[in-house]
Design a protein around this ligand. Structure first.
Ligand SMILES: NC(=O)c1ccc[n+]([C@@H]2O[C@H](COP(=O)([O-])OP(=O)(O)OC[C@H]3O[C@@H](n4cnc5c(N)ncnc54)[C@H](OP(=O)(O)O)[C@@H]3O)[C@@H](O)[C@H]2O)c1
Length: 232
């Protein structure tokens, strides 16, 4: 799959490296071309380093292609990455969303668009992010990956106490959801149907709530009981 990423920060790095390792073509983008290119080179090196089993040696390098290992990560401008992707992930800070999507949004019309964003500062239910991205792009937005810290997305794979991490997806378009399910599975995680895009704001609120618990020192994972005790 060709994956365009609007962003060259932590989330672009963590998830883009995982997908390059899985054999996808990835292009990241940021405000500073040199910094984005350096980040892309580091992602390429990391994907190759962690994908090569020692016994097979370094021949499965970044140029090997999707069938045989990681693919070199590219860097481009906002519009270039948006046009490159069959699927495009929006991984820019909330402060930059309107400007970045103003530059690149037109190329996203009708495409699967992954929204990983969380609110910065106090959470405001009157300013949901997912519908804003939908309206600015005309893309088939799927909200995903916003519940966990960036370091979780660097784990290969994210498995805790023997259970693969479950990743809820909220979106309306079946093909976009299918593409994102594939990308979740490529991380070693389990996709979970979270309902339509109207429920994406619940994911944004959940992230705000959980981050508050973590910052307060609570074990947020202990908040929910096993499914056998869900009342169903
Ligand atoms: N970090 C986490 O643990 C985490 C977890 C879940 C979700 N998220 C969400 O993922 C998104 C990206 O987070 P991140 O951790 O990857 O952030 P980051 O490392 O700070 O990277 C932010 C990216 O946004 C770009 N950007 C464009 N306009 C900007 C502006 N006006 N101000 C600041 N940055 C601007 C930056 O461009 P340059 O490359 O040119 O600097 C950079 O590529 C955010 O919406 C965040 O809420 C983050």
């Amino acid at each position: 799959m060709r994956i365009g990423i609007l962003g060259a920060g932590g989330m672009a790095d963590a998830l883009g490296t995982q997908w390059a390792r899985a054999g996808h073509e990835v292009m990241i983008s940021g405000r500073d071309a040199a910094a984005s290119a350096a980040r892309a080179a580091a992602m390429t090196a990391e994907a190759a380093r962690t994908a090569c089993p020692p016994e097979r040696g370094p021949e499965r390098g970044p140029e090997s292609g999707p069938e045989s290992g990681p693919v070199a990560v590219r860097a481009g401008g906002w519009a270039e990455a948006a046009a490159f992707g069959e699927v495009v992930m929006v991984a820019v800070r909330q402060a930059g969303l309107t400007d970045v999507l103003g530059s690149a949004g037109a190329a996203l019309r009708g495409k699967p668009v992954i929204d990983v964003a969380n609110a910065e500062g106090p959470y405001d239910p009157a300013r949901p992010i997912a519908p804003l991205i939908r309206d600015l792009t005309g893309g088939h937005v799927v909200k995903a990956f916003n519940l966990c810290h960036v370091d979780v997305w660097r784990l290969t794979p994210p498995v805790f106490d023997g259970r693969p991490l479950a990743v809820p997806l909220c979106g309306d378009d079946p093909q976009a959801l299918a593409a994102v399910r594939t990308l979740v599975a490529d991380l070693g995680c389990t996709p979970v149907d979270g309902g339509g895009l109207d429920r994406a704001t619940l994911l944004e609120a959940t992230a705000a709530f959980m981050i508050g618990l973590w910052f307060g020192g609570a074990d947020a994972q202990a908040v929910l009981p096993p499914v056998a005790y869900s009342g169903l």
